[in-house]
Design a binder for this molecule. Structure first.
Ligand SMILES: [Fe+2]
Length: 335
């Protein structure tokens, strides 16, 4: 058998292991040490929670059945605390994993392993979860950096809240159509940064309705390509860049910049397009007052299947989301 140990990682990661069975806990900590990780041990969920808040481990492994506080409850509390919400949680069970997997998802856990886990299996899961943590941190820092640029873009600060609202709506649409938590988060980020490429375009040009020369229109269209390039240096760009580049594509293939059609338009771009359009419609513009929610939904319905993904428009329009958004927005006028 080829050796499992590949030597310590360049930067040692800390893994917190919570299990009330000392033999099982020691065996797991031993395996993780062999794989090159620092380990910390807890005897129950409550102790794990306290240690996680104090030590900020890179990963928490929780046995499901533990006295005082079980693994699911500890996981729920870790995920509800902003200080530990990004820390991946690997649940561990000695029982039938199928019902446990559902409970793991409900508690916000990231993966489930059956114990005793073979070392190779443990290594693969642990490395995948550590990668997930890096991605979450990258996404957060990319979001903050891009948000800072977006805020800088408009000194009146009226722009930033608009993109925040588009982001929240995109996230809610992703939830409506049953995308998982990761994709809901991506939809939020895509909504936030989709117009990042507008940097450098004169405000007057962006707000003008009609009477654009072909050159001016071409310049406006470039914000999609430029935005995707701007997001390039950020590692999550592989996911965000297509949403930025394609948020002005149309379902019928007459959009820009690539005239993509129907399902070939990336889902995140389709979601952002609906969210962006709705917020634009219910917001005052220099060239027209805000439309009512009812009128905005009519316009979305008219463009369903030509401009926008019909499934998304239907899911959005038949939900309580538009009215809830309107309730939150001082700029929306109720019909
Ligand atoms: Fe745009």
């Amino acid at each position: 058998m080829e050796p499992l140990r590949t030597g310590p990682m360049p930067e040692r990661r800390t893994i917190l292991v919570a299990d009330d069975d000392p033999a099982s806990r020691d065996a797991l900590c031993g395996m993780l040490s062999t794989l090159g990780f620092w380990t910390e041990a807890a005897q129950n969920g409550r102790e794990a929670l306290n240690l996680a808040r104090r030590l900020h481990p890179d990963l928490v492994i929780l046995d499901v059945e533990m006295p005082e506080m079980n693994g699911h409850e500890a996981c729920r509390r870790l995920k509800a605390d902003p200080a530990t919400e990004d820390t991946p949680v690997l649940m561990m069970t000695g029982f039938d994993p199928r019902p446990e997997r559902t409970k793991m998802v409900e508690a916000g856990g990231d993966d489930l392993i059956v114990k005793p886990a073979p070392m190779r299996d443990l290594q693969v899961r642990v490395r995948a979860l550590l990668r997930l943590k890096e991605l979450r941190q990258d996404l957060r820092s990319a979001q903050e950096s891009l948000r800072a640029v977006v805020h800088k873009q408009d000194p009146t600060e009226s722009k930033a809240p608009f993109d925040d609202r588009v982001a929240l709506t995109a996230q809610a649409i992703a939830r409506l159509i049953g995308l998982d938590a990761e994709d809901q988060e991506l939809a939020y980020h895509a909504g936030l940064v989709h117009d990042i490429g507008q940097i450098g375009l004169p405000e007057e040009l962006l707000n003008r309705q009609g009477s654009l020369t072909p050159e001016e229109f071409a310049r406006i269209q470039e914000h999609t390509v430029l935005g995707a390039e701007l997001a390039g240096p950020f590692r999550p760009a592989a996911v965000l860049a297509p949403a930025i580049r394609h948020h002005h594509e149309r379902w019928d293939g007459n959009g820009y910049p690539d005239k993509l059609q129907g399902p070939s338009i990336p889902m995140m771009a389709r979601i952002v397009s609906v969210a962006d359009a709705f917020h634009a419609l219910i917001t005052d513009r220099p060239y027209r007052p805000a439309y009512s929610v009812a009128r905005a939904l009519e316009i979305l319905a008219q463009g369903s299947g030509t401009q926008w993904d019909p499934r998304l428009v239907a899911a959005f329009a038949t939900s309580s989301l538009p009215q809830r958004i309107a309730g939150d927005s001082s700029q929306a006028k109720i019909a």
